[in-house]
Ligand binder design. Sequence first.
Ligand SMILES: Cc1cc2nc3c(=O)[nH]c(=O)nc-3n(C[C@H](O)[C@H](O)[C@H](O)COP(=O)(O)O)c2cc1C
Length: 294
Amino acid sequence: LTESVPDLLAQRYRTAQLPALAAADATIATLLGHRSVRRFLHHGEPGSEVTEAHVATMVAAAQSASTSSDVQAWSVIEVRDPERRALLGDLSDNAVHVRQAPLTLVWVADLARQHALLAREPDAAGSPAPPVNGRLLEAGLVSFLDTALAAQNAAVAAESMGLGICYLGGVRNEPEQVAELLGLPAHTFALFGMCVGVPDPDRLPRRRPRLPQSVVRHAETYGAPPSEPVRLSDLEGMAAYDDTVAAFDLERGADRGPGGRWAARMRRRLADVAALHGRERLRAVMRERGFPLE
Ligand SMILES: Cc1cc2nc3c(=O)[nH]c(=O)nc-3n(C[C@H](O)[C@H](O)[C@H](O)COP(=O)(O)O)c2cc1C
């Protein structure tokens, strides 16, 4: 990274008042320097490859994340085959960057290993021990959380090595077809993908601003008054952020109009089922795949 931590901080918040940081080391710089990359060097261009050692490093970082009760309830599938990547890109509505990046990782919530252990351990009556707890929402949450923490560690490792990544929640648009494409067994579920490549230096995106810290931080208790969903200062902070994002969009030449403002997009995402691209069916699909989430 060529930019300094103060520069990165200013890009992250785009406000006059910036938080005071306790450190500005390489780890903080990598974290603050994040941006989703959707334009990569093409396969065959010098320096465009994501090597086996890159992936091994990302996975070692992923496996170093905390894991609920040591279950390590995730797997990652490396998809390099251009045809399989193209299919994955189409299925997930992310065709352009998934085709361009040499590697797509699919992060899988995985309770199959636990089920396999149970199946080999009969109870006193000689029948396989029933996976009582495996049916619960808690089991699902454990695997989703473990998967997300692992993936984010891998993302930071990738960015630290100069690679770029973009998460792909779009793999949940067509979960049955994605499961078939990847040969996923029962008790596994593709939570999200991540395309990985060397960023095209001529098409690096600007870093997206985030909400002011005052909105996401709460001292001791949440602090919303009884009649309000949030603190009044949160509404002000969100309005200011809405303006920040609108100015950011103008600056990067992506004027989305009033309907494209942050608050409008958030409202639509929560209120309009079409915004889910099929993911409204997820509960039923997950039950089918062995995540009853009871
Ligand atoms: C779980 C998850 C799923 C995402 N899915 C997609 C996706 O399907 N396609 C895409 O282009 N970006 C996707 N993103 C990237 C977000 O759009 C991006 O992180 C967000 O706009 C903030 O931008 P930044 O990452 O550049 O800071 C996803 C991010 C997360 C965390």
